[in-house]
Write a protein that binds this ligand. Structure first.
Ligand SMILES: [Zn+2]
Length: 455
């Protein structure tokens, strides 16, 4: 037991902000802290979460500096220092350089030795890429009137003839003539939910899996679902980065912390690959990271087959209602919404993410994000979100900047239980689901008319 598992990070930070009296009470209660409990400190080679502060540099510039130097800097608030994922050996190196490095919690939660994972699952129940593919096929076989399965591209390994996967998308709706045709002529507006583009963000693929089951399982039973599926095409790309997920799930009790795809680049370990959320063809930025860094954007915009497949589908199903200029608004005739799931910073993010300048549809974009926040309680942010770094080349910016479709990211996090980090215990998924389902419904229902004011 440690603080990390007792409190979500944001709550812990609020507690710390209230003063040391709270800390002393907790210490007096016999709770171990990362800082003073040798037993809670990982061995030198184990990855764990740390918060880094500098006596001289503000957190924003420290974050940028650590990123430049190849540290795995995590998305999230900087109020408690710069959050990184690192080995204890790396943390010691930073301490020797004069930085304060506080252990914040382990990467892994224990999986009971007695746990018998079902086929196609790992780490207590998370579904492998193959498990998602089996599920997708089961859904369309069981519900031919409600779901269509499409192949929208290939993973990098598949393009190389060395294993890999097709990129799959489900279209879920009460199918009428012309629906799910993968073109813009259908009469229903579209909502797309995409997950696990960053392979190690385990909760995201699982939420997509639950969303699929929730829709096909409740048509005809839950009025809100029936109405939605009668009027809207619900597209789901449950695994945007299947090669990365294969790497993650290759260790069933200690998943590999792979974020990027599996594109060979001469880097070892999780340096392998391209960051697909920096690889879009909108504001692609060569300076986002060197080859082995976690934000390496690839050699060119949309260089990766996964990016091509995803952009290909989305540009087929959504009408383009926005002039190309960054600050020309999409028209009020725009239909559709888009959501990409990441973890675990507890944010609802709306465009733009490449600049702090307001997007031309800011009023309407922000109104939807604010509605999402009313249910999941996350902060609604845009631009650098106060984090001092931007995300050019991300999917949410691409779909808004290129097509005018409102593109959102939810950084899913626990909010009210000890389920933080990339690898929460599988038992955390039910609370993630109940927290975020209303936000999914908000976005899906906004697809009919996302820009009521046009500003
Ligand atoms: Zn992510």
């Amino acid at each position: 037991m440690n603080w990390f598992s007792l409190f979500p990070q944001s709550r812990l930070r609020r507690l710390i902000a209230t003063g040391t009296a709270v800390l002393l009470v907790l210490l007096g209660a016999g709770l171990t802290t990362p800082g003073n409990a040798a037993a809670a400190t990982p061995s030198s080679a184990d990855l764990a979460y740390y918060d880094v502060t500098s006596p001289s540099a503000p957190a924003g510039s420290l974050a940028a500096d650590l990123t430049r130097r190849g540290y795995d800097v995590l998305e999230g608030p900087l109020s408690n220092g710069v959050p990184i994922l690192a080995t204890e050996a790396a943390a010691q190196r930073l301490r020797r350089q004069g930085l304060t490095v506080r252990y914040a919690g382990p990467l892994y939660q224990p999986v009971a030795a007695s746990f018998q994972a079902a086929a196609d699952t790992y780490y207590g129940g998370y579904h492998t890429a193959a498990g998602h593919e089996t599920h997708n096929q089961q859904v369309v076989t069981a519900h031919p009137d409600l779901a269509v399965l499409r192949t929208i591209g290939q993973s990098w390994r598949k393009t190389q003839g060395s294993g890999g996967h097709d990129i799959q998308a489900l279209c879920i709706t009460k199918i009428a003539t012309g629906d799910c045709a993968a073109n813009t002529s259908g009469s229903k507006p579209k909502f797309t939910l995409m997950a696990q583009m960053h392979a190690r963000e385990l909760a995201t693929g699982e939420l997509a899996y639950k969303w699929i089951d929730y829709l096909v399982g409740n048509y005809g039973n839950v009025a809100a679902v029936t109405n939605l599926m009668n009027t809207t095409e619900l597209w789901v790309i449950p695994i945007a980065n299947p090669d990365g997920v294969d790497i993650v799930s290759s260790n069933s009790t200690r998943p590999v912390s792979q974020r990027k795809n599996a594109h060979t680049n001469g880097c070892s370990g999780t340096g392998l690959g391209v960051d697909l959320n920096r690889n879009s063809s909108y504001h692609w930025d060569v300076n986002q990271g060197t080859k082995c860094s976690e934000t390496y954007p690839g050699t060119a915009a949309a260089s990766e087959p996964e990016t091509k497949g995803i952009q290909g589908l989305l540009s087929q199903i959504y009408r383009d209602t926005k002039p190309a200029a960054d600050f020309s608004p999409a028209t009020t005739a725009t239909t559709g919404t888009f959501l990409t799931l990441h973890s675990y910073a507890e944010l609802n993010i709306y465009p733009y993410g490449w600049t702090n300048s307001l997007a031309p549809n800011n009023t309407d974009l922000k109104a939807i994000a604010t509605a999402m926040s009313r249910s999941n309680g996350y902060d609604a942010v845009h631009g650098d979100g106060g984090l001092n770094y931007f995300a050019p080349g991300a999917t949410d910016d691409w779909i808004y900047g290129t097509l005018g479709v409102p593109g959102y990211t939810i950084e899913v996090g626990p909010s009210a239980s000890g389920c933080s980090g990339f690898f929460p215990a599988y038992s955390c998924m039910s609370s993630f689901w109940s927290l975020n389902l209303p936000a999914f419904m908000t976005l899906a229902n906004a697809a009919a008319r996302p820009y009521p004011t046009g500003s």
